[in-house]
Design a protein around this ligand. Structure first.
Ligand SMILES: Cc1cc2nc3c(=O)[nH]c(=O)nc-3n(C[C@H](O)[C@H](O)[C@H](O)COP(=O)(O)OP(=O)(O)OC[C@H]3O[C@@H](n4cnc5c(N)ncnc54)[C@H](O)[C@@H]3O)c2cc1C
Length: 368
């Protein structure tokens, strides 16, 4: 069968699903994309993309449309809870030759990816059953349709249904943080990615252009509070630096818990997982989007090279595993430092924090 005739279903139109649809289209395939959420569903928040996300977007010819969005971020500043400087990372130097770091509204990234994917997504439709056969997968959809595909790509996020239907794994494991996110308009002037580190709590704020700030705060825990806004104020009341002014400017807040997905294998027969469905981590290193887009690029590349799609899925997994493991391990390393009392941790970060934080990205400077 010529490659372009391969019948491919992508399940999920998030970052991974739209990126893989784009990558496949560039490689000459015509995938179908199905998404369980309705088309207009966004309560917007921000996203921070490190340099390797920009490189992966470049592989999809989407760096141009993303570059005018949000704001390029040149420096990370780590402060103690009172607002005193602990250390800095020069992002321009760190990611030189790889790509620019950027903070932007999620909805704007989504719009670029959706256009790049050809815009054709069947919204409001879920996959109900998968029947895995030797050379095909039969899929039943929630609207009653039944169709056969040569390949099904599960890009349906950390709580993936495809993962369960293909017996690749069960529920995601709680990673142990409750996250509060907000987009603030007209808050204090902040020009850098700025994180204040407390004990088992952290408050991050960064500019997204046009007087908007993206605010991301977290505390240890697994159950979201009843009143997130009240809780956010309660936890970060004693913080210094820009925090009081950011809190004063907050209009609304979204709350989420973090998850981890760590699987023994990512494919079964002609069903494969990408993005968070295969390997979600806590967002501590902000690598979720980069890993999802890199997955998409590599999967399309390996499919194009292999005679048999099943071989391609194995090649894809073998190539992606070391990077994804690096992200999981470094995320856990960084998260462990959250438990160390600031009186012990902060002197270390004042001396070596810049080098320690840069080291977390070392492997990711290399191409995917
Ligand atoms: C609080 C928080 C903050 C984060 N911040 C950042 C950050 O700053 N930078 C960064 O790079 N990453 C960040 N991440 C991680 C990042 O959001 C994810 O890694 C990324 O969204 C993964 O993309 P995905 O497409 O795999 O999954 P998702 O974005 O979850 O998309 C999955 C899609 O599949 C759809 N879907 C689900 N089930 C089905 C089904 N059964 N059938 C059809 N469709 C389905 C969903 O509706 C969704 O559209 C953050 C994560 C969290 C939780």
């Amino acid at each position: 069968m010529p490659a372009s005739n391969l019948r491919i279903l992508v399940v999920g139109a998030g970052i991974a699903g739209l990126a893989v649809a784009r990558a496949l289209r560039l490689a000459g395939y015509r995938p179908e994309v199905t998404e369980k959420a309705p088309a207009a569903r966004f309560v917007d928040t921000g996203i921070y993309l490190p340099g390797n996300a920009a490189r992966a977007l470049r592989e999809l010819n989407l760096d141009g449309p993303v570059r005018p969005l949000g704001q390029a971020i040149h420096r990370q500043r780590f402060l103690d809870a009172a607002g005193g400087l602990l250390c800095e990372v020069d992002l321009v130097r760190l990611w030189a030759g790889v790509g620019e770091c950027r903070a932007l509204p999620r909805s704007e990234l989504h719009r670029v990816l959706l256009t790049g994917a050809g815009g054709e997504v069947r919204h409001g439709v879920e996959v109900r059953t998968l029947q895995l056969e030797q050379r095909a997968v039969t899929v039943t959809f929630s609207d009653g349709r039944i169709a056969e595909y040569d390949l099904v790509i599960g890009a349906d996020g950390r709580r993936s249904a495809i993962r369960a239907l293909a017996a690749l794994g069960g529920s995601a494991r709680p990673a142990g943080q409750i996250v509060y996110r907000s987009v603030v308009t007209g808050g204090p002037r902040i020009s850098d990615w700025t994180a204040l580190l407390g004990q088992r709590t952290g408050f991050l704020v960064m500019p997204m252009g046009t007087s908007r700030l993206y605010c991301y705060a977290d505390e240890a825990g697994t159950a979201p509070p009843r009143d997130p806004m009240a809780r956010l104020h309660e936890v970060f009341r004693g913080y210094g630096g820009p925090v009081p002014a950011v809190l004063a400017a907050l209009q609304s807040v979204q709350v989420e818990v973090t998850d981890e997905v760590d699987l023994g294998r990512w494919s079964r027969g002609r069903v494969v997982l990408i993005g968070d469905a295969a390997h979600a981590t806590a967002p501590t290193l902000s690598q979720g989007a980069a890993m999802a887009i890199e997955d998409a690029v590599v999967l399309a590349e390996t499919l194009g090279r292999a005679d048999d799609p099943c071989e391609a899925l194995i090649a894809y997994e073998n190539r992606r595993r070391p990077r994804v493991k690096w992200v999981l391990d470094r995320t856990r390393d960084r998260d462990r430092t959250r438990d160390v009392p600031p009186a012990l941790r902060d002197p270390l970060l004042r001396g070596r924090g810049g080098r320690i934080f840069q080291e977390h990205y070392r492997l990711l400077l290399d191409p995917a």
